[in-house]
Design a protein around this ligand. Structure first.
Ligand SMILES: NC(=O)C1=CN([C@@H]2O[C@H](COP(=O)(O)OP(=O)(O)OC[C@H]3O[C@@H](n4cnc5c(N)ncnc54)[C@H](O)[C@@H]3O)[C@@H](O)[C@H]2O)C=CC1
Ligand SMILES: O=C(O)C(=O)COP(=O)(O)O
Length: 416
């Protein structure tokens, strides 16, 4: 059985499982999905009509998670929320689960607790390691990442443990893009340095002459959801936007007025470079001594993606030499960074403590998005935002379910 199939069928089925299919659908029907508006479309599978209609005898008998029997006693699944989640999302979770919020746990506390839960919800501050997933083995079956980046979750270990990982990939896009633009503008005009100086009683107008954005070339590295929103906004500021993304379609870039170029061309031509790729083995430390060496002298760098895409020691060297004039960083290889971090303390560096997704609106959206995703995953539905199992569009899913009925009738095998 493939890993994804293993995830979608029950890895830990058995009589101890009392979260049964039909009752949880009733619970799902009581979730106030209507308030989720646009999120609903994006999580089509989780909230599709197929997901909320009562189970009928014609529906396929395969797959859905830990069915014991339709008459088995009901027990709500238990969900552990390890980092601050918006109230709206907690409300959604409480419709179908017993929810415990345990913010600020140490890794040891998380290890000790995780086995008592069916699902764990984290943001970027919790490392869901192999150890955590092993500790949860036997009960934990869903990890929800309330945000985009899943570099803090050991996906391989999750798959091996039969644990589905879902994220909330859309609700914080605009917040992250707006923060990128905020850092770009603040850096160019020395806002944080001038603010600190003035608060310290120094009126230093000559020291804090900035640079203009209009007419400058901005290279967007990673032209996905956030990168393309940054591009749109930068166009509005009169910047010339180029982008590098090995997987982005050229027509998507063209429609925004950005030109897709190679990595080398992007870093060589840019006055400003804004990073928006995920942290993966392929992107780890791609900004290093060699790549800084190929940039224009005086280039300015914004990072709202992940600290790990930059070799931070190399960036300090590039800042010290003047190769990089300024950097504006929301993310760091180790968070929080050391108090004596040369990078954070550098006078040409503007920093924020991983605030990209931290707007009221984004946090509410992310909380609802992840609560829906976790609910759907616990009900055994194909998750639209699964990151270690295939995503299946709602219309394709409907077709597959039809085929699955036929398949069940003729031999009992499942396509999922
Ligand atoms: N600071 C913060 O609070 C936030 C940070 N993020 C970070 O931003 C990243 C991007 O988020 P989204 O745009 O929503 O994700 P996305 O998946 O929509 O976009 C990522 C893009 O990067 C591209 N990419 C992959 N490998 C690449 C490479 N080697 N070079 C260039 N491009 C590459 C992909 O093709 C994709 O288009 C997330 O992975 C996360 O780490 C996201 C939201 C908030
Ligand atoms: O969504 C992301 O990738 C983020 O980096 C946001 O992180 P956070 O949920 O604010 O800890």
């Amino acid at each position: 059985m493939s890993a994804s199939r293993a995830l979608l069928s029950s890895p830990h089925g058995g009589a101890s499982r009392t979260f049964t299919r039909a009752p949880t659908r009733l619970a799902a029907a009581s979730i106030p999905f209507a308030r989720c508006g646009a999120l609903r479309a994006r999580t089509a599978i989780l909230s599709s009509p197929a997901a909320t209609v009562p189970v009928t005898s014609s529906e396929p008998k395969r797959r859905i998670s830990r069915s014991v029997s339709d008459s088995a006693p009901l027990a709500k699944p238990a969900v552990l929320v390890a980092e601050k989640l918006g109230e709206a999302g907690l409300d959604v979770l409480r419709q179908f689960a017993d929810v415990e919020c345990a913010y600020g746990m140490s890794p040891a506390e998380l290890l000790a607790k995780v086995a008592q839960f069916d699902a764990l919800i984290v943001r970027s501050g919790t490392k869901v390691t192999r150890e955590v997933l092993e500790a949860g083995r036997g009960r934990l079956r869903v990890v929800g990442r309330a945000g985009v980046g899943i570099d803090n979750v050991d996906l391989q270990a999750a798959t091996e443990a039969g644990c589905l990982v879902v994220n909330a990939p859309t609700a914080n896009t605009v917040a992250a893009a707006e923060h990128g633009i905020a850092l770009l503008a603040c850096m160019a005009r020395n806002v944080s340095q001038a603010d600190a100086a003035l608060k310290a009683g120094k009126w230093q107008r000559a020291k804090y002459v900035g640079v203009s954005l209009v007419g400058k070339t901005l290279a967007i590295m990673g032209f996905g959801k956030v990168g393309s929103e940054v591009a749109r906004r930068a166009k509005g500021l009169g910047m010339h936007v180029i982008a590098h993304d090995p997987y982005a379609p050229a027509d998507k870039a063209r429609a925004i007025g950005a030109e897709l170029v190679s990595f080398e061309e992007a870093i060589a031509k840019a006055d400003f470079i804004s990073l928006h790729m995920p942290l993966t083995p392929a992107t780890s430390k791609v900004f290093n001594d060699e790549s800084f060496g190929k940039m224009k002298t005086g280039v300015r760098i914004i990072n709202v993606a992940r600290g790990g895409v930059i070799d931070e020691d190399a960036l300090v060297r590039a800042l010290d030499s003047g190769k990089v004039a300024q950097a504006a960083l929301d993310v760091f290889t180790v968070e929080p960074p050391a108090k004596d971090s040369k990078l954070v303390l550098h006078e040409n560096v503007t920093v924020t403590p991983h605030l990209g997704a931290s707007t009221v609106e984004a946090q509410e959206g992310v909380a609802i998005e992840i609560a829906e995703a976790v609910g759907g995953a616990l009900r055994g539905e194909l998750a639209a935002t699964a990151v270690n199992a295939p995503m299946v569009p709602a219309e394709v899913r409907t077709k597959l379910l039809e085929m699955s009925v036929i398949d069940c009738d003729y031999g009992g095998k499942s396509f999922f």
